[in-house]
Design a protein around this ligand. Structure first.
Ligand SMILES: [Zn+2]
Length: 497
């Protein structure tokens, strides 16, 4: 049994974790913003070696003693320890993804462009061949590495003193079993709703019913190209600025928020937020492309940005940087879902058929929530399985059951979120649905245009991630977090058409 650490040692580790995360966030920013070609994580890990050593993780584990900050630091050290073991496999997977290519109909396509290609390809038969090429590369080059990494994590989790990965996260306070129960209920309660709404959605976007739809058609449906004209690239940032201004936030005037708008050849086209210093330096990076999905991503990342930028500097590193990520994801979704809110869309006077678009957005949300519910149930089985290689058929069964579209069996290893992040998204969707219901009740359906609503948000953002999503919701509304609230929110949008 390792000995508990003294407060002085814990404070030193906490300060080190703060720098470790800042350096990782800055490196991520520089690389993905196209400011630095290489992505050098290894030297950062070396500088903070102590935080990824088994002894440190075990000693922190022995020091928790019911203290939340210490538990967060312990979780961080455990994740660092496991992450260090699989970094080689992960780097190799990333390298292969960046260099592999497939030839489809005589055209050479790089691995990372295969998925985007599915979204832009109009011919179904070509889409099927692109998908087949992607699966072939995954099976031939990636599955072995992914399996190795998963087996190492399984083995090393036991070094950390937990029977399996699920138990480890239970000991971090993740309510996995209660959530799994809510997932089963949501899947049963919304089954008919999905079959009906999903069928209508795919018919309207692609002319294909849910029964005939194949997985290679999905990207094209989500792309929503018919709505592109309503979501122009040049109007994205102005729409965000106006929305925040109505809440009392002057985006351009925020000293601690950097907007990275510059064009660079290697800049990731997807918007992202790098909270390098919380709250002193938060970067929102974007390269506006336009289209409904691009708008949603920008508003999502702006939600993270405002949350971190308003976090009180007096909080501890654990409360500013660690804690329950369902909180920051919930804030991100609150802003993201403005772009599928019919009242928000209606206020943009030029928007055609806002209720129809909002219903499509709600259908997409239903797909996501059902898919993630099934993913969580699958991941719980995966992380307690004896033989990982036998899980392909189970993956297909659970995911098909939820979405009614058969996934590719070769994704049974790659479609796993590290650290049960699927559970954070699920709880964040619930938090968003319940907070939004509260905001509408208190400030009206156009709550996002009310200063007072903005004041309340700023007050809550200041709490950083000190409270969990459950505590935050209880503080504001007195309710408990319920996945069923997401289904109610979706039903309302669907009924308004
Ligand atoms: Zn997010």
């Amino acid at each position: 049994m390792p000995e508990a650490l003294g407060q002085g040692e814990i404070d030193t580790l906490s300060a080190d974790a703060d720098r470790f995360i800042a350096e990782l966030d800055e490196e991520t920013y520089l690389h993905y913003a196209g400011l630095k070609e290489s992505y050098d994580l290894a030297p950062i890990y070396e500088r903070h070696e102590r935080l990824t050593q088994l002894d440190t993780a075990l000693a922190l584990g022995a020091s928790v003693d019911g203290d939340r900050r210490r538990r967060e630091l312990w979780k961080f050290a455990c994740e660092g320890y496991l992450g260090n073991f699989v970094s080689e496999e992960e780097e190799r997977v990333a390298e292969l993804e960046a260099t592999l290519t497939a030839t489809v109909d005589g055209e050479e396509i790089s691995f990372r462009m295969l998925k985007p290609r599915l979204g832009n390809e109009e011919d179904r038969d070509v889409r099927a061949r692109v998908e087949a090429a992607r699966n072939e590369l995954t099976e031939e080059h990636l599955n072995d590495l992914q399996l190795q990494a998963a087996q190492v994590v399984q083995r090393e989790t036991q070094q950390l003193g937990a029977a399996n990965y699920a138990d480890l996260y239970r000991s971090f306070g993740f309510p996995l079993d209660d959530l799994a129960e809510q997932c089963r209920r949501l899947l049963a309660d919304t089954e008919d709703l999905w079959e009906e709404a999903g069928d209508r959605f795919f018919r309207s976007r692609l002319g294909i019913g849910l029964g005939e739809l194949k997985r290679w058609d999905l990207g094209r449906a989500w792309r929503g190209a018919d709505w592109d004209a309503a979501f122009p690239a040049e109007a994205m940032l102005p729409a965000l600025e106006v929305t925040l201004a109505e809440l009392g936030i002057d985006l351009r005037g925020q000293q601690n928020v950097e907007l990275d708008l510059e064009e660079r050849p290697n800049k990731d086209p997807r918007a992202f937020c790098s909270p390098i210093e919380v709250p002193e330096r938060v970067v929102l990076v974007m390269k506006p492309q336009g289209g409904p999905a691009d708008w949603r991503t920008l508003f999502h990342e702006a939600g993270h940005t405002e949350h971190f930028a308003h976090t009180a500097p007096s909080l501890s590193p654990e409360e500013r940087r660690l804690g329950d990520n369902a909180v920051t994801e919930g804030w991100a979704m609150l802003l993201e879902h403005l772009t599928i809110d019919p009242v928000w869309l209606e206020r943009r006077l030029d928007f055609p058929r806002p209720y129809e678009f909002a219903a499509e957005g709600a259908t997409e949300l239903l797909w996501l929530v059902r898919r993630y519910a099934a993913k969580l149930l699958y991941e719980l089985e995966f992380h307690t399985a004896e033989d990982l290689t036998a899980l392909g058929p189970r993956y297909v069964e659970l995911l098909s059951g939820a979405t009614k579209v058969e996934p590719a069996a070769v994704d049974y290893l790659g479609d796993i979120d590290e650290g049960f992040y699927a559970s954070q998204y699920l709880r964040a969707w619930a938090l968003e649905a319940q907070l939004r219901a509260y905001l509408r009740e208190r400030f009206g359906n156009a709550w996002f245009s009310r200063r007072e609503a903005g004041s309340l948000l700023r007050e809550l953002w200041a709490e950083g991630q000190k409270p969990t999503a459950d505590e935050l919701l209880r503080e504001v509304t007195g309710e408990t977090l319920e996945l069923a609230a997401v289904a109610d929110r979706i039903r309302e949008s669907l009924a308004a058409v």
